[in-house]
Design a protein. Structure first.
Length: 246
């Protein structure tokens, strides 16, 4: 069968390692994951949540209709748009005056939009609506999946590598400090937020994915969305053709 080709829009390279590790646990067959944002040869959009916003805005300017038939994306079977849930506590003004001035003009969703936690689901719903507003008339289709780790993708990694009773995990998906806390652990446990280090620990996330899903509702939600979006594509029965609107 042909390998699935997956496009990834993410905040940064460490998120790529986490999401790839999760996909390795979800898919029984090999796949190709291509990070199209941030992309090393086109650094103008920048990284972080501001880079994701700019990519979504650029997509809205380039294409109207279902994202998967955007000419720049038709070579992919699946599009994943990642944003850490801690972005719900951010302000557009943090990205500079120019973007802040576009909020009303473009009718982007309001930030901050964080809701009382637990449950995390209320905040996730609000943040997903904000991402949809960034996309404008470029609408998510059946092959577009949002990946919204709470509070960050590093929470999934921490859950995979630390013992369940570790104090760092006590706040679960409501604690925005978990990812940063990995860099403050005792020296023999410390995990720096670099792509090289996350890649080193990523196999543990793949191996312990079931435990991560039990502890992190958004990991479970991500898997369910991915499986639903790729039903029929992972069996070898479906083939990808440029321009195919599925």
């Amino acid at each position: 069968m042909s390998e699935l080709r997956i496009a990834l829009v993410a905040e940064g390279p460490t998120d790529y390692e986490i999401i790839q590790a999760a996909l390795k646990a979800i898919f029984p067959h090999p796949f190709v994951l291509v990070q199209i944002q941030p992309e090393a040869t086109e650094p103008l959009l920048g990284a972080g949540w501001g880079g994701v916003l700019k990519w979504c805005h650029a997509a809205s300017q380039r294409h109207r209709g279902v994202l998967e038939v955007d000419p720049t994306l038709v070579g992919f079977d699946l599009l994943i748009i990642h944003l850490d849930v801690d972005v719900a506590g951010e302000h557009y003004a943090h990205l500079g005056a120019a973007l802040d001035a576009m909020v009303t003009q473009r009718q982007w969703g309001s930030l901050p939009c964080a809701q009382p936690c637990p449950p995390i689901a209320d905040t996730v719903t609000r943040l997903a609506a904000v991402v949809v507003s960034w996309l404008g008339e470029a609408t998510p289709g059946e092959r577009t999946v949002f990946c919204l780790p709470a509070q960050a993708s590093g929470t999934w990694l921490a859950t995979a590598v630390l013992a369940p009773a570790n104090p760092l995990l006590a706040g679960g998906e409501c604690d925005a400090a978990v990812e940063a806390g990995l860099e403050r652990l005792p020296l023999n446990q410390r995990i720096k937020k670099t792509q090289r280090t996350y890649r080193l620990f990523a196999p543990q996330l793949t191996a312990h994915w079931e435990s991560v899903k039990q502890a992190c509702t958004q990991a479970q939600q991500f898997e369910q969305r991915v499986v639903a979006a790729t039903t029929g594509l992972t069996t070898g029965d479906a083939t990808r053709t440029d321009g195919d609107q599925r």
